[in-house]
Ligand binder design. Sequence first.
Ligand code: GTP
Length: 237
Amino acid sequence: MAYARALLKLSGEALMGQKPYGIDPSIVKSIAKDVSEVIAKGTQLAIVVGGGNIFRGLKGSADGMDRATADYVGMLATVMNAISLQDGLESAGVPTRVQTAIEMKEIAEPYIRRRAMRHLEKGRVVVFGGGCGNPFFTTDTTAALRAAEINADVVFKATKVDGVYDRDPKQFPNAVRYENLTFQEVLSRELEVMDSTAIALCKDNNIPIVVFDLFEPGNISKAVAGESVGSRIGHPN
Ligand code: GTP
């Protein structure tokens, strides 16, 4: 079953590609191509982007910065990514609007829920920048929150790994990938797929999460079409 409206969470780190910092234009191009195919098929798509390729709030606070201040710097990093993504998407012919949780009107629209939904109805991609505008919340939690707000059918977490494993697959070559998981399993086993606030929000609002490898071209289209990619987290059947 194809999804009618999806929220795609892109990690900032994913935008780096092979680079040590910043944005790899070839990755943005490949994401834009995937997204243009999704939009052409009629699925409405909103995107929440992280900022870890530029600045990570948690790291800043570990290095001695005040946590709230570090989180604000992280939010600004996500705005840079959102605008870069908009540029890449529009170059690929996908009409895109950026809305920021913290108002910076000269750069982008402020976040207005009903306006975001209207953009989606018109076939535009909406990229949400600035996290949810509050420190101490991750962009994963923002993805879950915005998905609930815009009545999305699913959250796609496109990342560097191809799903959820029982152990770290980089450290343990025999780690097993789950195809289906329940929200409760993710929470009780403390599987590091998304933070617990994000999982709990999706659980309470019954929004399934699909975790898949962003670098496999065509994966976004497959996930939107409801094909089996990566791992799916939901309520037990
Ligand atoms: P419709 O009203 O549905 O036609 O949507 P639209 O986004 O095409 O029209 P609108 O006239 O609202 O916006 C035109 C352009 O200005 C779009 O690229 C918007 O993203 C941008 N825009 C709208 N509001 C703001 C704002 O507050 N700040 C900035 N920087 N851009 C804005």
